[in-house]
Write a protein that binds this ligand. Structure first.
Ligand code: RRO
Length: 307
């Protein structure tokens, strides 16, 4: 077996490095930068049942070691996606994951039902964790009961693997992870962005048009590693680690914490070829560490015993 190959429940991936939704376009926009067949999987920007215009600008702001965003899921809707983006996606020779959200549980179900009927994708990622919905309403993924009902409803309309993307903006992420598992999730991905706010002292205006948004980038990596560690110990599903990855040792850190794969997000903006670089750097780094298979690292952290 290839040293980088990983299994994510029903999904077999050539390597453990995926794109994070929202940072890599809606079909093949990044194809000019590198050969997309190198990706462990491509995960696209969220699509919703109905078209959305997105939030008031500015939609992004830099912060120390990270960035805030409040994009607000602008997209043409699922029928537009099926007609215009899916045919392009189908031609990308890697595992294709479509990230889906909705305003209601029924919209999630109907969206996935239409996409599944259209075909051409290998898995869904359910975005129950978007922080940038109207009026600061809590995402579905803040409530375990809603999470379970939502995942079970979607499970009923597709046989494709279901990845459920969790929010860090909760009291106990393990409770939500268990609810997603009970609803029939195949894989968990975490974390989405942490709620945050930044203010310009000169104008006294928030730096985002929607006042607050989601924080991503290296600043959130320790939060993400801790949540991946907790969830992977407590729930019997494979986990995809997300949060601030930009170097090969960041990938290794998430694997040690218990992730079976990772998604790279914010780093794509700074270095559009970060993923092929990580893929080049990973095998020699594994050799240096005396590891023959990347899977040997999964959950291999040696936590200190409680005193
Ligand atoms: O579009 C966004 O504002 C957005 C989404 Br859907 C999400 O899941 N996470 C995020 O940080 N921004």
């Amino acid at each position: 077996m290839d040293m980088l190959a990983v299994e994510l429940g029903p999904l077999s991936l050539a390597n453990p490095i995926l794109t994070a939704s929202g940072t890599f376009g809606g079909s093949d926009e990044m194809a000019d930068f590198f050969d997309l067949s190198r990706l462990g999987a491509i995960v696209l920007k969220t699509v919703t049942l109905h078209p959305r215009r997105g939030n008031r600008p500015p939609r992004v702001a830099e912060t120390p070691f990270g960035m805030l965003n409040s994009i607000g899921l602008p997209n043409g809707g699922i029928d537009y996606f099926i007609e215009n983006q899916l045919p392009v996606l189908r031609e990308i020779p890697t595992t294709r994951v479509v990230n889906v959200a909705g305003d209601t549980v029924d919209q999630f179900i109907e969206g996935v039902r239409r996409l599944d009927a259209a075909g051409g994708m290998d898995a869904f990622e359910l975005n129950i964790s978007c922080p940038n919905v109207e009026g600061g309403r809590l995402p579905f993924g803040s409530d375990p009961k809603v999470t379970e009902v939502l995942v079970r409803g979607v499970r009923g309309v597709t046989d494709l693997p279901l990845i459920v993307k969790l929010s860090p903006n909760v009291t106990d992420v393990v409770v939500i992870a268990q609810a997603a598992a009970a609803g029939g999730a195949d894989v968990l991905s975490l974390i989405n962005t942490l709620l945050g706010m930044a203010i310009d002292p000169r104008t006294k205006r928030p730096k985002l048009g929607s006042n607050f948004g989601g924080l991503s980038g290296p600043a959130i990596k320790p939060v993400a590693v801790k949540m991946v560690w907790e969830v992977s110990r407590s729930v019997d599903l494979p986990v995809i680690g997300i949060g601030g990855i930009r170097d090969v040792d960041d990938v290794i850190e998430f694997l040690l914490a218990g992730a079976s794969a990772v998604q790279v997000g914010t780093a794509n903006y700074l270095e559009p070829t970060v993923i092929p670089r990580l893929l080049d750097e990973l095998p020699p780094r594994l050799e240096e560490l005396g590891v023959s298979q990347v899977t040997d690292l999964i959950g291999a952290v040696r936590p200190f015993e409680e005193i």
